[in-house]
Design a protein around this ligand. Sequence first.
Ligand code: PNS
Length: 163
Amino acid sequence: MNRVVCPGSFDPITYGHLDIIARASALFDEVVIAVLVNQTKKSLFTVEERLEMISEVTAQYPNVRVDSWSGLLVDYCETNQIGSIIKGLRAVSDFDYELQMSQINYQLKGIETLFMSTSPAHSFLSSSLVKEVASFGGDVSSYLPPIIQKRLLDRLNSHKSQG
Ligand code: PNS
């Protein structure tokens, strides 16, 4: 079976991620979306919440499944017999870091990284920017599926009311 992992923080998942996931699902037998636990990065949603949200908005792709992992991505790949990683590249600014990661991941365990260019409609999108825009009351409806937008606004409002 030709399987690929699509890793990230997905805090929360955006239309940019979904574009890559949808296109990868047409190319591979199975796409595993892996939510990587990053202890040093403060997240808005728990890993469980992110898994649930991703499952909901990818339910229409029968060959896409969701998982989480704490540790090196290459160890996830080895443990789950996945030979390649797929990443979306938005702009040249993504390239340096992504290149370094892909080279180290190949050197560590021989795991290949495939880069898919993000659709121009989403090339500026990132979860961090979406959170910032939403936190100041900006319209994020074109960046996120409605159910994710609702969860994001509810979470930001509950943070505000907690002071
Ligand atoms: O959505 P993000 O935060 O840009 O995703 C980055 C992610 C999670 C894919 C990357 O940080 C990662 O692969 N983390 C797992 C830990 C790891 O393997 N680090 C070494 C890569 S060189």
